[in-house]
Design a binder for this molecule. Structure first.
Ligand SMILES: NC(=O)c1ccc[n+]([C@@H]2O[C@H](COP(=O)([O-])OP(=O)(O)OC[C@H]3O[C@@H](n4cnc5c(N)ncnc54)[C@H](OP(=O)(O)O)[C@@H]3O)[C@@H](O)[C@H]2O)c1
Length: 394
């Protein structure tokens, strides 16, 4: 029986993870859960899964959760508060696996703590890896942690790769990694209409139900840009070896093209419980609860090139990974600030790439040789991005 900690248990990935775990009580014991401020959902999860620890960010939320747990006769669950509590639960000795499912930069330090502690790190929180890149991978190598990708694309690539891929994707005969992208809700929207699209339209993804931030990232295709950077790091690949393919049906989750002309693809219904169950059971397989794929209902698979004029965020992500150092952290911080402003109706949808381009021109990248340099680039970029957004409004 393995012990698991779920960072971000109240989010879309966290809820799907608990759904899969509920099918396999003989394989995993839930040791710790965490949320930002959604005390109602965390309380319900504590009641259903009886973790040893529950962590939230603010002290008031912790007090409220503690009171409700006591009233429900669940006073044995220890409630922790503050960002450092997340690092603590991610490195507990009784935890074997950590599902990193916090959204954005807030997940960096706890995910890094899990890697440093040598856990099995089930990585959904792509922003943590994009920000800290080689530093994160060095910690994984040093501690012997196992990194299992949860993003459906990277999980697909992982399934199509030979075991020796860490030596470099070219070294194992890979010509290209083909990352598929649905194209999001605005793939065919007239360009002139993008200026006025609303947050409600942007989060209405055609194939996947996800948290709000990643849904907007899918609409701008920054999600695919972050995934290109993630693929370079996870599979030791060059940016030129990672190609994005728009595939509207979201049935092929990604492919690996080998030098002998073989292309391996991983397919399935668009349901995140599939990659989650794959990583939880790996190297075995167990039931995820997802429907099996009905190819007769799918009938056809289509592919097209991404349009970089429509999706400038994808181009900016390739530029950031090419620049290296703290450039991906700058890209990520500018994007997080811009997406938050868009969701708050303080910035137009088309303003998102403008903010990122501005920050990439203004904030000089440095070597990402220490976590402090990454955090400093993140903080500086957020200030520059916020000022630019505020100036656009006057
Ligand atoms: N959803 C998907 O299908 C999908 C697919 C692939 C990859 N991912 C990646 O997985 C990650 C999670 O995505 P999601 O869609 O599950 O997001 P989500 O639904 O928005 O959930 C985010 C989780 O993080 C917590 N959180 C938010 N801000 C926090 C903070 N400052 N400190 C601590 N915890 C915080 C939230 O707590 P509260 O509920 O209390 O706010 C929630 O538990 C993202 O990096 C995303 O890119 C998601």
């Amino acid at each position: 029986m393995k012990g698991i900690c779920i960072l971000g248990s109240t989010g879309s990935i966290g809820v799907s993870t608990l759904d899969v775990l509920a099918r396999h009580p003989d394989r995993y014991r839930v040791v710790a859960l965490s949320a930002n401020g959604n005390v109602d959902r965390l309380f319900e999860q504590c009641r259903a899964y009886r973790p040893r620890y529950a962590a939230v960010i603010r002290a008031e939320a912790a007090a409220c959760l503690r009171e409700r747990l006591m009233a429900a006769g669940l006073g044995g669950i220890e409630v922790l508060a503050g960002p450092e509590a997340l690092e603590q639960i991610a490195s507990l000795p009784e935890v074997d696996s950590v599902m990193a499912a916090i959204v954005g930069a807030a997940g960096l330090l706890p995910t890094l703590a899990a890697a440093r502690a040598g856990k099995d790190v089930l990585l959904a929180n792509k922003e943590a890896l994009v920000m800290s890149g080689p530093l994160f991978m060095a910690e994984v190598a040093r501690s012997g942690a196992r990194l299992l990708p949860i993003d459906s694309e990277h999980n697909a690539v992982f399934q199509c790769m030979p075991a020796a891929y860490r030596a470099g994707s070219r070294a194992v005969g890979v010509r290209r990694i083909l990352l598929t992208a649905s194209g999001g809700p605005f793939l065919h929207t007239p360009l002139a209409e993008l200026e006025t699209v609303t947050p409600e339209q942007a989060v209405a993804h055609p194939n996947w139900v996800m948290g709000r931030k990643i849904s907007v990232d899918s609409a701008t295709m920054m999600n695919k840009g972050l995934e290109v950077i993630e693929a370079c790091l996870l599979f030791n690949a060059k940016p030129d070896d990672v190609q994005v393919v728009v595939h509207r049906q979201s049935v092929i989750h990604s492919m690996v093209d080998y030098v002998d002309g073989t292309v391996l693809a991983q397919m399935g219904t668009p349901d995140m419980r599939i990659p989650i169950a794959h990583a939880l059971a790996w190297p075995d397989r167990f039931e995820s609860g997802a429907e099996s794929l009905d190819l007769f209902a799918v009938r056809q698979l289509n592919f097209e090139r991404p349009d970089l004029a429509r999706f400038p965020c994808l181009r900016l992500a390739y530029e950031a990974v090419g620049a290296g150092g703290t450039a991906p952290a700058i890209l990520n911080a500018a994007n997080e600030t811009a997406v938050a402003a868009f969701l708050d109706r303080r910035l137009a949808f088309t303003g998102i790439p403008r903010v990122i381009e501005h920050c990439m021109a203004r904030v000089a990248p440095n070597a990402a040789d220490a976590i402090e340099s990454v955090l400093q680039a993140d903080a500086e970029t957020r200030k520059v991005a916020q000022k630019y957004i505020d100036d656009l409004r006057v």
